[in-house]
Ligand binder design. Sequence first.
Ligand SMILES: Cc1cc2nc3c(=O)[nH]c(=O)nc-3n(C[C@H](O)[C@H](O)[C@H](O)COP(=O)(O)O)c2cc1C
Length: 175
Amino acid sequence: MPEKTALIYASVDGHTLKICEKLKQILSEYNQPVEIINIEDFDGNLYPFERVILGASIRYGVHDKKIVELINTRQGDLESKKTAFFSVNLVARKAEKSSPETNPYVVKFYKKISWRPDIAETFAGMLDYPRYSFFDRTMIRLIMWMTKGPTDPRTVKEYTDWKKVEAFGKKLAEL
Ligand SMILES: Cc1cc2nc3c(=O)[nH]c(=O)nc-3n(C[C@H](O)[C@H](O)[C@H](O)COP(=O)(O)O)c2cc1C
């Protein structure tokens, strides 16, 4: 029996899910079965899985609290398995903030939890102003203005480096 991998994700607009689907495709090329699970629907039972990958996007500086809760309540289970974590955010579009060691959200996240995955990665996400509420659009435009990104409210831009996703998928397959 090939070992089973859980890909548990937290996504608001679906971009983290899109990355999960790509990772699943890569792992399936190695004949490794993957179950993609939305954290909203997860019952917390990690027992059936030998490998657990957690992926979450950043909203206003933080990862989904259910992912943090899962880590804190199931740390022992996680430590008995092969694990990986990835974070999706827009700050990671900048090369100097695109690794887990240099991305401010991952650095902050690691200060709050004691669990460490076997491997971690950071991916730049999706900017989609027309999709956001007026409040969110205004806030993100402000963040983009401060970080010298696009502020035109019509901007729709995917910053994800899919080659980096592929490389991460290959690392997962070897984990
Ligand atoms: C309301 C909102 C708040 C966000 N806050 C941040 C942030 O604080 N820092 C950042 O780098 N990216 C931020 N982003 C960008 C998201 O992380 C990015 O769009 C990501 O692709 C979203 O993934 P998801 O669709 O899986 O939720 C924010 C996006 C939205 C819509």
